[in-house]
Design a protein around this ligand. Structure first.
Ligand code: ADP
Ligand code: MG
Length: 166
């Protein structure tokens, strides 16, 4: 089973293109279970850019805004005629401004990890242990305008996603 994948991302458009490949791999999984990705990397690494690439690949032409102040944004996606599900929801979290992990309790955080949801989480470490464990770590490192992405599987589903990409 494939545990790890590294990808060189020379510019921003390549980041969006990689997001498209990644969301397609996730949507092709036969499972209806929640899929959780932790997006790791310094400020400006490209976590939100990658998320935008993933969401826009599914037909969102509009603005995919950074959920820095709202903590989470919700995107409903239709799988009809393309995938083997009718609808899934992508939850894009940015926990950078989370003052206390208890806020997540008040949000009813567990409900976000239900079946047929995909959770993309920036600054997951701020959520302490209240978040679901990840299926995939997406580690983004940067070198000027280029980036290196490392995917590390943390579950069988994570391994299947990497396998789809290789
Ligand atoms: P983060 O969410 O990790 O803080 P953002 O995605 O908001 O980062 O910002 C990344 C910034 O880096 C954007 O301004 C984007 O235009 C720029 N950028 C430059 N090169 C790249 C690249 N190769 N991949 C992604 N973003 C890039
Ligand atoms: Mg961001």
């Amino acid at each position: 089973m494939t545990e790890r994948l590294t990808q060189y991302i020379p510019h921003e458009n390549a980041m969006c293109a990689f997001g498209k490949q990644l969301i397609n791999a996730i949507c092709r999984l036969p499972s209806q279970q929640n899929v959780t990705l932790y997006l790791n990397g310094d400020l400006g690494a490209g976590k939100t850019t990658l998320s935008r690439g993933m969401i826009q690949a599914l037909g969102y032409q509009g603005n995919v805004k950074s959920p820095t102040y709202t903590l989470v944004e919700e995107y409903k996606i239709s799988g009809k005629n393309i995938y083997h599900f009718d609808e899934k929801i992508i939850y894009h979290f940015d926990l950078y401004r989370l003052a206390d992990p208890e806020e997540l309790e008040f949000m009813g955080i567990r409900d976000y990890f239900a079946d047929n949801t995909i959770c993309l989480i920036e600054w997951a470490e701020k959520g302490a242990d209240l978040l679901s464990p990840p299926d995939l770590l997406v580690n983004i490192g940067y070198a000027e305008n280029a980036r290196n992405i490392e995917l590390v599987a943390q579950s069988t589903m994570g391994q299947q996603i990497i396998q789809q990409l290789t």
